[in-house]
Design a protein around this ligand. Structure first.
Ligand code: CTP
Length: 406
């Protein structure tokens, strides 16, 4: 599972009210067994005590360019040399301006100027400061240096105003950090992923559905984003938060999923249909709650359209289609049949009867089936499984582009 274990992170904290949130972020990093060294600016210390960060990180907090122990006089150089990545959170307009102009007048900015490791910057400030052309220019400059910007959220700000500028969620910063340690081999690829179950209403209170949790599809969407793809995720009803940096479309029924997918499919280089789409819906959903005394006990069903088969029939040259099949027997045979019938490039098949595979568990054991044959992957986390599926898709793309050229 991609994580930050063992990664050496230099956490730079600057003088924003959001500095208190950095304590939570630090806790999350330490929990994940990252090795975190904290540098605070003078203004940051006005908001939160260095003691908090020293206690949470287990290391002294670095503060002053000129106040280091003799053996650490070159702290600004050493700090960045001893890190795998630098995370500046929260980053004020002032620090962003300093970094944009290569200033080295405090320990954090000097360390970043001397750095040869990736830098992730998480701005947090008042909306008008953020939207000022000076700040916007400065942020663009940081991007041109290759620094990653974790865009701030919109919402209520500490100053009482509402708008853009609130420090992003830890999830977004974590994804940005994780992506630093991943290949960016999907850069430029436009990916559409579907996830979760669909719900087919019987009446206003009841529906037909299945046990899909959406975890596999969400893991696929996150993994593709980390590896550089631009990702849209169409999901049925699930208990999972929107992954950062991804266009998320929430739908309920198979018909809504079909529409959302068809609207976006022509702009997708790869479509991964990991959703467990209901095959049937009620022929006549009731407008009012069905009463047991008035019901025959039979429900007439009609077939939903097969979205993957529709995509398979209308695909454009070079588009890659990946289907999933959750089976309880003859996995490989069923996978091969669906690969053929739906005109897909790859089927990911799993056993829904296994205790650690399939629905609503953290792990999965899948078999990848394409026109060349079947390869069984070991039992892996859904995140690792997602990366193995993308490895295969990247290979398929590579082979296709080779064929086109040849
Ligand atoms: N699928 C779809 N639209 C449907 C049903 C399935 O797009 N109406 C897609 C799923 O997202 C999945 C693949 O088809 O990628 C296989 O789904 P599955 O339910 O296993 O296949 P079915 O065709 O429904 O086959 P069966 O009911 O015979 O198992």
């Amino acid at each position: 599972m991609p994580d930050l274990r063992g990664k050496r992170i230099l956490l730079g904290i600057t003088g924003s009210i959001a500095a208190y949130k950095a304590a939570e972020w630090l806790r999350s990093l330490v929990k994940e067994e990252a090795d975190v060294t904290v540098v605070m600016t003078e203004a940051a210390e006005r908001f939160v005590s260095p003691l908090t960060f020293a206690a949470l990180s287990g290391h002294p907090v670095h503060r002053d360019l000129f106040d280091e122990a003799p053996e650490r006089v070159m702290a600004h150089i050493n700090l960045s040399r001893e890190a795998d990545a630098i995370l500046v959170a929260p980053a004020t307009a002032q620090t962003i301006a300093r970094l944009a102009h290569g200033m080295a007048d405090n320990l954090l900015c000097a360390a970043i100027l001397a750095a040869r490791v990736p830098v992730v910057v998480c701005p947090a400030m008042n909306t008008f400061m953020l939207r000022h052309p000076a700040t916007e220019d400065n942020i663009r400059r940081l991007q041109s240096f290759g620094y990653r910007i974790v865009q701030p959220d919109s919402g209520e700000l500490a100053c009482g105003e509402s708008g853009d500028g609130r420090l992003a969620d830890w999830d977004a910063a974590r994804e940005a950090l994780l992506s630093l340690f991943q290949p960016d081999d999907l850069t430029g690829m436009r990916v559409l992923v579907t996830a979760g179950p669909t719900r087919e209403p019987l009446d206003p209170a009841r529906f037909l559905s299945n046990r899909s949790s959406g975890r596999m599809g969400f893991a696929l969407a996150r993994a593709a984003r980390r590896r550089g793809a631009s990702v849209a995720l169409v999901t049925g009803p699930v208990q999972l938060p929107d992954p950062p940096g991804i266009e998320v479309v929430r739908v309920t029924t198979a018909a809504e999923m079909r529409q959302a997918v068809l609207d976006r499919a022509s702009a997708a280089d790869v479509v991964v249909k990991s959703a467990a789409v209901a095959d049937f819906r009620s022929a006549a959903p009731a407008d009012h709650k069905i009463k047991k005394t008035q019901h025959s006990g039979r429900i007439d069903l009609v077939k939903n359209s097969d979205i993957l088969a529709e995509l398979g029939a209308n695909r454009f040259p070079g588009q890659i289609l990946v289907g999933f099949a959750a089976e309880s027997r003859d996995h490989v045979g069923e996978g091969q049949r669906k690969l053929r019938e739906k005109n897909a490039d790859l089927m990911v098949v799993n056993d829904i009867l296994g205790a650690r595979t399939g629905f609503d568990v953290e792990t999965n054991q899948v078999t990848l089936i394409d026109c060349r044959g079947a390869v069984a992957l070991p039992l892996l986390s859904k995140e690792e499984t997602a990366d193995r599926i993308w490895d295969r898709v990247a290979r398929l793309r590579h082979e296709q582009s080779g064929t086109e050229k040849g």
